[in-house]
Design a protein around this ligand. Structure first.
Ligand SMILES: *Cc1c(COP(=O)(O)O)cnc(C)c1O
Length: 360
């Protein structure tokens, strides 16, 4: 079986975890600090704040940017549910606009059109490891004095014009096992702003600036040193992992027939968290059955855009059409792209898909 995702855990990670267990310092401690410093450096920012997950990173980042009840945050419906749910957690309202059909990312023109007097932030999601059109989005944000909160949970090390994901505003990352690097569970917030960084640290830990004095509402969203030890070892391998993902993507782009392969616009460095193709209308189910039969893993990210999720429709009353997101949900198929793929795996994936697509 060729799996859709495969975390690569080596001796470095195992050794690092054993050292933490032997140290007697298990909760947030020196490894978390070291991981934060190295992560900030990887992104090219001043501060990184580790959290318990990507979802809690998003939640804290929104709160630290002052998002709350009555506010609107513009984001994409074509993403993992946590992007939008984190907005709901603050009491604010996710406002969904449609995507660009080529990149699957937020369409900046539609973002500009959706801005109202209630809009407080834009949350671009750098889906599948490709940055959004940040020039256009930053322009809208600057014009209306909006916070920029990047959901970079799939974009560790991705670049636009030489600048890394997480360096365009307040960045948020996930370290879940399927992501480009993992800490088992974990998240990271990135920022150049001293005050926002300080606020994130307070919200992460019970709203506490001074031990057992609580001036605001906070949470326990800390990362443990055990998880940070894994993450730090993984971070050292990120560039190699991303290069392997890019090499696999180049191979697929050169050899796959009959499906629409991803394109990387000029000026962007993709990190291929997912390698996502479009399958011509009506053929996706049959292709998935074929892959299944040949022991090839795959994923549909995502089968239901968030504005059509049951909770959003039934409980929150969302009722809108976003045709590109809806069409993407019908057509996308993600193939194994992770660094553990072998040459034989790649050949088998290509041969299986091409044989199916060419047999009409
Ligand atoms: C993974 C992911 C998240 C949530 O991260 P967790 O670590 O699973 O909480 C949020 N947004 C996107 C786009 C993701 O891919």
């Amino acid at each position: 079986m060729i799996s859709i995702a495969s975390p690569l855990i080596g001796d470095e990670e195992k050794q690092a975890v054993l050292e933490v267990l032997d140290s007697g310092m298990l909760a947030q401690g020196p490894r978390v600090k070291a991981f934060e410093d190295a992560f900030a450096q990887m992104c090219g920012v001043q501060h990184a704040i580790a959290t318990s997950s990507g979802t809690t990173a998003l939640h804290v980042a929104l709160l630290a940017r002052g998002i709350g009840p009555g506010d609107e945050v513009i984001t994409t419906p074509f993403t993992f549910i946590a992007s939008a749910n984190s907005i709901l957690f603050t009491g604010a309202k996710p406002v969904f606009v449609d995507i660009d059909p080529v990149t699957f990312n937020l369409d900046p023109a539609q973002v500009a059109d959706a801005i109202t007097e209630k809009t407080k932030a834009i949350m671009p999601v750098h889906l599948f490891g490709l940055l959004c059109d940040m020039d256009a989005l930053l322009d809208s944000a600057a014009r209306h004095d909006l916070a920029m909160i990047e959901d970079a949970c799939q974009a560790h090390g991705a670049e636009y014009q030489g600048q890394r994901a997480g360096a365009f505003g307040t960045g948020t990352f996930s370290l879940y096992p399927t992501k480009n690097i993992t800490s088992a569970e974990g998240g990271m917030i990135t920022t150049d702003d001293d005050a926002i960084a300080a606020s994130c640290r307070v919200i992460r830990q019970h709203g506490m600036r001074r031990r057992y004095y609580h001036d605001e509402l906070g949470f326990n969203f800390r990362m443990t040193d055990v998880h940070a030890a894994i993450g730090l070892a993984q971070l050292g391998k990120l560039e190699r992992f991303n290069a392997a993902r890019n090499a696999n993507a180049a191979y697929f782009n050169a050899h796959l027939r009959g499906v629409t392969v991803p394109t990387v616009p000029e000026g962007y460095q993709h990190v291929f968290h997912q390698y996502t193709v479009r399958v011509p209308e009506g053929r996706r189910d049959a292709l998935m059955a074929q892959l299944q039969e040949h022991g090839i893993g795959f994923g549909v990210y995502y089968p239901v855009p968030i504005h059509q999720q049951t909770y959003y429709v039934n409980e929150l009353g969302y009722d809108q059409q976003l045709p590109e997101a809806e069409r993407a949900a019908e057509e996308v198929l993600s193939l194994p792209i992770h660094p553990a793929l072998t040459e034989a795996d790649r050949e088998k994936i290509v041969a299986t898909i091409n044989a199916f697509m060419e047999a009409v």
